[in-house]
Each structure stands twice: as C-alpha cells, then as structure tokens.
Ligand binder design. Sequence first.
Ligand code: ATP
Length: 616
Amino acid sequence: MSSLGNPRKKRQGIDDKLTFQERLAALRNLPAFFRMVWQTSPGLTIANTVLRIAQSAMPLSLLYVGKLIIDQVVHLSKDSTQHSSSYLWQLVALEFGLAILSDALSRVISLLDSLLGDLFGKHTSIKIMEHAAVLDLDQFEDSEFYDKLERARQQTTGRTILLAQVLSQVQDIITIGFLAAGLVLFNPWLILLLLLAVIPAFLNESHFNDLTYKLAWGQTSDRRELDYIRFLGASDETAKEVKVFDLSNFLINRFRVISDKFYTDKKNLEVRHSVWGTLFAVIGSAGYYSAYVIIILQTVNGRLSLGDLTFLAGSFRQLRTTFQGILIRFSSVTQGAMYLRDMFDYFEIKPKMVTPLHPRPFPKPIQHGFTFEGVGFKYINSEKWAIRHLSFTLNAGEKLALVGENGAGKTTLVKLLARLYEPVEGRILLDGFDLKEYDLIELRTQVGVIFQDYQRYQMTVSQNIAVGNIAQSENRALIDDAAHQSLAYPLIEKLPMGYEQMLGRRFNQGVELSGGEWQKIALARAYMKDAQLLILDEPTSALDARAEYNVFLRFADLTKDKTAVLISHRFSTVRMANRILVLEKGQLIEIGSHEELLQRRGRYAELFELQAAGYK
Ligand SMILES: Nc1ncnc2c1ncn2[C@@H]1O[C@H](COP(=O)(O)OP(=O)(O)OP(=O)(O)O)[C@@H](O)[C@H]1O
C-alpha cells in the first residue's frame, strides 16, 4: 500500500550511510515531540526546565567559590599578621550550601524526569490506541503497518529517555556557556585544545549510533516474530495446541535462531564500538593533560594563582566531560529523533474510509434495502478477487442466508455490507445512495455484526455482552435482556458470580467456558443495540443442532421487523431465511427461497441433498 511506503527502506540498500544532514533533519521532530511532552503535563515541563537552568549555573559557581577559597587559604597562610579568617569560612559555608543545593536540584530533576517520562509513556500509549481505532481494517492486514505500529509502541518507553536527554542537553549547553566564559577570560587557547580532545570521540559515537539505529530498524520484523513466538510458547490461549502438537521444541528452536542472530549482530557492533571508544578516550585524555601542563606552567611562572590553577583545571575537566556528554548525547538525541520519525510516521497513516463532510441522514427505517451493483473486492495482500461481479438487493426487512463452500466469499460480503472494507469495483447502495455518503459511526450503530471469529474477551460476563454496545455497559437491564434473547441466560445463572463472573483463565478466578457457551455469550452482543441490520456470520457453529435451531427460531422472532443476514453451513438453519444467496468462488450463482432453489436443482439443491444424505 503506497500510504505505508517508507522512504527509509531505501536506506537499507548498499549505500547505508546516514548523512549528517539526515541527522540534523531528524532534529526537526523535536518540536513536535516537545508539544506532546507539553500536552502530557505543562506544569511538570515548566518545573523541569526552570530547575535545569538553575542547575546549569552550579558547576561554575562551585568551581569559582573553590578558587576563592584556595586563594584565601594561600593568602592567610602567607600573611600571618592577618588573623581574621571569617571571609574564608563564609566562602566555605557558601560552597557547602551550593553543594547541597546542587544535590537537591539533581534529585528533584531526576524525579521530575521520571514522573514526566511515565506520564508521557501513558499519554503516547493512549494516542497510539486512539489512532489505531480510526484506521481501516485493511491497514491492519499489512505487515509494513505492523512494523510501524511496533516501532511506534517502542517509542512510548524509549522516548522517555529522549526527553531526559534533550533536557540534559539544553542544561549542559548552558553549563558550557558559563564554564567557557570563565575559561576564555583566562586563556582562549584552552578552548581549542578542548575541541581537539572531544570532537574525534563525538564522530566515533555518531557513527556507532547510526549503525545501532540501522540494526534495530532492520530487525523490527524479526522482533515482532520473536514476540509472537514468545506469546505462542507461553500463553493460556495456545498452551493446548502447543502440547498436543508438541510444538515447544519447534518454537524454541525458531526463537533461538532469531535471537542468536540478534545477539551476534549486536555483539559484533558493541565490541567494535567499545574498541574505538577506548582509543578516542585516550586522545581525549591527551588533550586534557596538554591543557593541564599549560596551566601548571603558567602557575609555576607566577602568571596564575593557585586558586586559578584549580579553577582552570577543574573548569577544563568539567568542560571536557560536559562537552563530550553533549556531543555523545547529540548523536543519541538525533538517533532518538529518528526513532520519533517512526512514531510520527505511524500517526501520519490516515484512514481511507472517512465520513463525508455532510453525511446523508441514515434512513429510519430503511425503505428499500442494500443494493450491490457489480461489486468486486480483493484483499490488500492478495491478487485474487475474493468477490466479483456481485449484484443483488438485500430488501428491507428480509432475512437472507448466505451459502457457499469455504472461501466462497461469504464473510467478505458481510464485511463489505458493514463497510469494514470498500468495494474495489462497483458500489453498494443503501436506499439508492452509496454507503460512502452515510456517516460511518451511524452506519456502525445501525448494523450489528457477530463474526465467526468473535473475540473471547478475558473480562466479566456483563462486559463480554456489553461490548455489543459499550455505551450501555452499565445498563444491567439491557444486558440481562440481551442474555435472555441469545439464550445465554441459563448458563450465566449457573456461573458462581453470574454477570460479574470473570471469563477465561488469564485473570484471577476466571472461568473457562465451552465453545458453544462462549458463542451464546457472544450472540447476546447482537441484541445490545437496536440495529436495523443484523448480521450473524456462523455464530452458531459451535452450538449443538438443537441449540442452533432454537437460537435461530428466536432470532427470526426477534428480528421480525429487521433486516438480517445469516451465514451458516447448516441447511436446517438456512432454510428458515426468506431467500438464500449461493456464492461460489466469489460469484453469485443462485438466489431464491429454499423451495425455489430446490426446484431449480442447481448447486443449492446439490449441497442440501448432500447434507441431508449425511444425516440419514
Ligand atoms: N484478510 C484476508 N486477506 C486476504 N485474503 C483473505 C482475507 N480474508 C479472506 N481472504 C480470502 O478471500 C476469500 C473469501 O474469504 P471469505 O472469508 O469471505 O470466505 P467464506 O465464504 O466466509 O469462507 P468460510 O466458509 O471458510 O468462512 C478466500 O479465498 C480467502 O482466502
């Protein structure tokens, strides 16, 4: 899908070099990032910034007071006639106060970083879920989309570090400003030596950060597979099959192969990183000691005081560490900013199915029905038409059954009807107007669908039913009514905690249900809203024959004035419909009532007799 195409993929070719420009360009993501941080908590963001500015003045102040103390000590020790040392003690007290303040500031800053980080993680996780909710179903069927989603998810935790890094960066730049000003006043040449000491290390760090980013980027798909295998290997949902098919070794081996590759790639990179890092650290130290020698010589020559010596040596040392920190952090900040791009890429994926600016009011009640006009559809990841040349009308109030062999296109047809997908060819009309002209949300409230692969939510019974109309999740009377209608009530009644019973094994005191029991609960969802069109896609396949018969009798009764579509492989059920539509390889081959189709002696009659013979 073109909207998911990622230009960065190209970078994985032979020319893997990430240019400095690309790095800088990635910094353009930071303002948007800070907007998100700000939205997370304006108060914490302001407090953090103010405290960091205060903290950045600390190193210079401490060094300077230190210099004054030493000069005063030297002065007092030389001049024995002067006995008043109160100035000295004031200075010591000042340094003590500054040291305490600096410690306290660091603690509060890291506390704020951590709080802001947690809130940011929460904020982004919610945004990611909110965004996922507006995307189209077919976007979820694209593996590239999953890679993006995965990278975006990683940002929610990883980016909290970025936040602290960027803030520290700003703080350190201000610190450098203070320290450099002090240094320049004494000897500007020292700054040159400083640059010489730190720049090679910076280039080295940049290079390795690029490689790390590229490695992680290229591993996204594999990482998803690892997560999936981890889930398959240790989850309540899969444990049964893993045991009966004895899959654990197969899964573990697959896990081992992928994670071994991860480990080897990472190790090779880390070892190289560490070797080069050590070499550049040596160069850095050489720069520092050259500067130190210059300062010592000037002090010995009497051009600098002892206090100046400690101040300058301290400033230089501090500048070197801060500078190096900034430069090293620069590459991880830019790297982080590139990861941010992934998150924003995900947020930029736009749904194609949107409600028009001026939607048509949904007909209440539906007058004519839904008309398929030459509808064709193929899935995003498939070349094959799942449905083609489909033309028929689902009349208002009609009960239509869909029949066809596996893969004939029945589920696809109902997904199109519920506008989960848009036809690739032709159109679907509701009372004469394209479905696209109606409000998507209103359509969803007017169409109730229970799919064959409905979700078994590991939640309470009442929540499992309420998902059919979550706005009414507190409406116990409605939930109770729905349970009675779907014939789930007798089973709920027997559960130890009734409607409050937790279902599934994942959470405390959960009770597992049989397949048929789950289906009855899921069926109740269909009765939670007063939809005009009800679609049941094989919702009774796990029910025994009698239960299915009862469910459909009840269904026909309850949907008397509604339009309904049902898919079933059981002809005893299918024959209850007003009309039956027979699909084969995505094409409509027959449509008519049970009797008409039997008389026609076509495919329906053949399938019907086949099943009847099976029961004899
Ligand atoms: N998400 C998907 N991506 C790609 N192809 C799909 C997808 N879902 C279904 N198909 C394909 O579309 C065709 C029609 O599938 P559909 O699920 O509509 O069949 P069905 O008649 O409901 O089958 P069944 O009776 O087995 O449920 C099949 O060939 C299937 O492989």
